[in-house]
Design a protein around this ligand. Structure first.
Ligand SMILES: Cc1cc2nc3c(=O)[nH]c(=O)nc-3n(C[C@H](O)[C@H](O)[C@H](O)COP(=O)(O)OP(=O)(O)OC[C@H]3O[C@@H](n4cnc5c(N)ncnc54)[C@H](O)[C@@H]3O)c2cc1C
Length: 170
């Protein structure tokens, strides 16, 4: 097994939430599926998203400077597959306009997501094959407390249910 295959096998054991990263603006509307997404800081609320430099979305996220992170729920495998398919047009990926709403930045937010975070790109770091987008969170919409969708061992799995609406704090 090559070093790259070994690394990929190790990463297949790293459970990761599945997200749709979406944008709209002067460079146009686009969106893609991403699991390389995480929280950086809660003060100010900051996230990062790793996007392949070959992905067409990369330049559009960069030019619009705004994007949404939509955390998928159990049963949204089809949404993930649509936004990961390079065979579909952008309109086919997004489906009906009624599936989306807008808040602060103008980026599309997904109805039915576990949580949708509306962000402004603060800076971008190039690392090997990927661009790391650091994003300031402008507004947050919490969806219904359902089970989440994760990617583990190269397959979709579902998480346990959220303990309580709003994050499960006692
Ligand atoms: C569960 C899951 C998690 C994922 N997580 C991530 C992630 O964290 N980060 C990430 O970057 N991707 C991730 N992907 C992959 C990503 O969703 C897909 O690559 C998606 O198609 C990107 O959309 P796009 O419109 O930006 O790129 P597309 O235009 O669909 O391009 C996708 C790939 O196709 C190739 N391609 C594009 N245009 C051409 C062309 N004209 N000719 C030849 N080849 C071309 C490129 O290699 C490119 O990387 C994930 C996919 C899944 C299913």
């Amino acid at each position: 097994m090559s070093d790259q295959q070994l690394f990929r096998s190790a990463m297949s054991r790293l459970s990761a939430a599945v997200n749709i990263i979406a944008t709209d603006g002067p460079a146009g509307r686009c969106g893609m599926t991403a699991s390389s997404v995480c929280s950086v800081s809660d003060d100010p609320p900051t996230m990062l998203v790793c996007v392949n430099r070959n992905a067409r979305s990369n330049a559009i996220f960069r030019r619009n400077g705004k994007l949404s992170v939509n955390i998928l729920a159990k049963g949204q495998n089809d949404v993930s597959n649509r936004f990961a398919s390079s065979k579909l047009t952008i309109d086919e990926r997004f489906g009906p306009e009624s599936d989306w709403f807008r808040r602060t930045t103008g980026a599309p937010l997904l109805n039915g997501a576990l949580a949708a975070l509306d962000c402004t790109v603060s800076h971008i770091q190039e690392v090997a094959t990927h661009s790391v987008f650091f994003c300031g969170v402008e507004s947050i919409v919490l969806g219904e407390p359902r089970q989440g969708l994760v990617y583990f061992d190269r397959s979709y799995r579902e998480t346990m249910a959220l303990a309580a609406f709003g994050g499960g704090c006692a």
